[in-house]
Design a protein around this ligand. Structure first.
Ligand code: NAX
Length: 330
């Protein structure tokens, strides 16, 4: 039995489809490693608490040695109590015919309440990852409500977009996904997001020297990554869940260990004004993480004219989302 102090992980929407795929790898040690005990603090709406009990029974039945305790609750402050990591998944998915702006207004208030509960109850150094859509703007809302926690500790998930991009590029180049480095996602987790291939490498070579089909890179590649969520709904009848859960695992794990030399990880983080992005906007940048678990936005990346225009488009969308929720920003 490990002697380490357990890490408290709060997960909201824990009985949902992403929650169901997310809890088991956390419990198995995929985020914090094979000798780090965890306490799972699971939040659900009262109506889903019964389903959550079923998930809890299955977690119990796995007999994970690292799981020290499982708390299930519909009270946000209980779920976030002393939490070291908060994974904010729970929110309403977009219904048929629903506009993005409607979804923002529908889900925004959830993140007012959860931001306040994090402020009241979580560990002051807690790290927050928002998955529930529209995740960048929900993260902005929660961050503004949680004044006690360093704003830098609020992030939103664009790792699924990075993973989707890597898989498309590896298939095109006929290489492994891990042969590709410095593939960065810029901006919003939405169809304006920009997967920047122009600075990526395959092994030692520039990606654009290996994949010289520029029409594909600028066309089908970008649109496939931007539209992947919809393609999965069309095929599966449900939105992506396991891939989203594994992306959250990747994000959280990579935020707790130093990034390997020459690698970048995409995270939507509060802008510090880098690359002309308005300060405070939750914007995905290529980042690296240091040995203390602190991320830095990679500086000095050259973006050509086309790339800059795409970054501006996604920045404009996020600015307008921020305007839509300005009354929720505390
Ligand atoms: P589900 O509808 O399967 O599960 C959501 C769960 O959240 C439900 O069990 C519901 O009871 C719970 N919930 C709702 N409001 C809550 C609240 N206020 N407090 C606690 N729990 C609450 O959706 P699922 O497929 O798991 O998706 C969850 C969210 O992830 C959605 O907003 C979805 O759009 C978003 N996604 C984000 C992705 C990303 O890359 N950032 C990709 C996948 C996914 O689309």
């Amino acid at each position: 039995m490990s002697q380490k102090t357990p890490i408290r992980v709060a997960v909201t929407g824990a009985a949902g489809q992403i929650g169901y795929s997310l809890l088991f790898p956390i419990a198995a040690g995929h985020v914090f490693g094979p000798d780090q005990p965890v306490i799972l603090q699971l939040l659900e709406l009262p109506v889903a608490l019964n389903a959550l009990q079923g998930v809890r029974m299955e977690l119990d039945d796995c007999a994970f040695p690292l799981v020290q305790e499982i708390i299930t609750t519909s009270d946000a402050e209980t779920a976030f109590g002393d939490a070291d990591l908060c994974l904010l998944v729970g929110s309403k998915p977009r219904g048929p015919g629903m506009l993005r702006a409607d979804l923002i207004r529908e889900n925004g208030p959830i993140f007012v309440g959860q931001g306040k509960a994090i402020d009241a109850a979580a560990n002051q150094n807690t790290k927050v990852l928002v998955v529930g859509n529209p995740c960048n703007t929900n993260c902005l809302i929660a961050m503004n409500q949680a004044k006690r926690v360093n704003r830098r500790n609020f992030t939103a998930m664009t790792r699924l977009d990075q993973n989707r991009a890597l898989s498309q590029l590896a298939a095109k180049a006929g290489c492994g996904v891990s042969d590709i480095s410095k593939l960065g996602i810029w901006g919003n987790h939405s169809k304006t997001m920009y997967p920047d291939y122009t600075n990526a490498f395959i092994g030692e070579k520039r990606l654009t020297d290996v994949i010289d089909d520029h029409a594909w890179l600028d066309g089908d590649f970008i649109s496939t990554v931007q539209q992947r969520g919809k393609a999965i709904i069309d095929a599966r009848g449900k939105s992506s869940a396991a891939s989203a859960a594994w992306a959250a695992i990747d994000h959280a794990a990579d935020w707790h260990r130093p990034t390997a030399d020459g690698e970048w990880v995409s995270m939507a983080v509060p802008s510090d004004g880098s690359y002309g992005i308005p300060e405070g906007l939750i914007f995905s940048f290529p980042c690296t993480v240091d040995a203390d678990g602190e991320y830095q936005i990679v500086q000095g990346i050259e973006l050509d004219e086309k790339a800059r225009a795409r970054v501006q488009t996604t920045c404009d969308e996020l600015t307008s989302e921020r305007d839509t929720v300005k009354d929720l920003l505390g």
